[in-house]
Design a protein around this ligand. Structure first.
Ligand code: NAD
Length: 271
């Protein structure tokens, strides 16, 4: 693959969950652009996963589409077996899959609560556990990386910003933060790095209603000091950095990629 960072991840093998759409697609392409082989996970729309694979291959990269519902233990185990079977090991996991099931709190059903927790939090647990077991089995391969493995957990600014009408989502992302930090603390001495990325508002299908009309975009921009809505590629670049040895001394950290959304923009003029 061509590109400035083409050798940053060369020879490494990555799994990106929910990689047939939005941020996951950009992350898969970003990792491939940095030289990694990328497993493009999907749960629905296999054709979209195959499109992402074909687009990576067209640029000279290597990728495969792999099915798994990240909230299903057997699916996750099978996905890791498939990828390790094909590529001998895994070096990078990006826990990207996530959903919203929004409702006013008093109307929120147990199903809406559980679905969001199952995908956004339990999914990260199942995938991270499978990845960590493989990293420990293999240990450090210094020809590839200083670390035995890297996990990047896609969180959200809502790991710290409360979000009315989205209590299940905010609670799941707050959980992701403490999950990420605890696993990082537990596995650091085994040379496994675990970090989070907290995107602000990124233009993807998950939040289309928040940016697709000029009125919605204008009201969203009031929350963003940097005065632009984020692009999936903003997150891809941060992910490549966290997956590479350029961030070798970074673990247990959340990188906010949010145009300043967490800077309390309401205080710019007030307070
Ligand atoms: P998206 O809807 O485009 O992508 C979500 C992906 O997750 C899709 O590919 C979907 O099929 C997949 N997915 C859902 N359930 C799954 C399951 N059970 N197993 C496997 N895959 C599953 O949305 P996105 O904006 O690209 O979201 C990606 C991540 O970024 C999510 O974790 C989301 O919470 C987070 N995030 C997004 C924004 C934003 O503004 N777009 C902001 C903060 C955080």
């Amino acid at each position: 693959m061509s590109g400035q960072q083409a050798d940053l991840l060369s020879g490494q093998r990555a799994i990106v969950t929910g990689a047939n759409s939005g941020i996951g697609e950009a992350v898969a392409k970003g990792l491939a652009g940095a030289g990694a082989k990328v497993a493009v996970n999907y749960v629905v729309n296999e054709a979209e996963a195959q499109r992402v694979v074909a687009e990576i291959e067209a640029l000279g990269g290597e990728a495969m589409a792999v099915y798994a519902d990240v909230s299903n233990e057997a699916d996750v185990e099978k996905m890791f077996e498939q990828v390790i079977g094909a590529w001998q090991s895994v070096d990078i996991l990006v826990n990207n899959a996530g959903i919203q099931r929004d409702a006013a709190f008093v109307d929120m059903s147990l199903d809406q609560w559980n679905k969001v927790m199952d995908v956004n939090l339990t999914g990260q647990f199942l995938c991270t556990r499978a990845a960590a077991r493989e990293f420990l089995r293999r240990g450090v391969d210094s020809s590839l990386s200083c670390a035995a493995g890297k996990v990047i957990c896609m969180s959200s600014v809502h790991e710290v910003i409360p979000w009315a009408g989205h209590v299940n989502y905010a609670a799941s992302k707050g959980g992701v933060m403490m999950f990420m930090q605890s696993v990082a603390q537990e596995l650091a001495h085994q040379k496994i790095r675990v970090n989070g990325i907290a995107p602000g508002a990124i233009k993807t299908p998950i939040n289309r209603s928040a940016w697709e009309t000029p009125e919605a975009a204008a009201s969203l921009l009031e929350l963003i000091p940097y005065e632009r809505i984020g692009e999936p590629d903003d997150i891809a670049k941060a992910t490549v950095w966290l997956a590479s040895d350029q961030s070798d001394y970074v673990t247990g950290t959340t990188l906010f990629v949010d145009g300043g959304m967490t800077l309390y923009p309401g205080f710019r003029e007030g307070g």
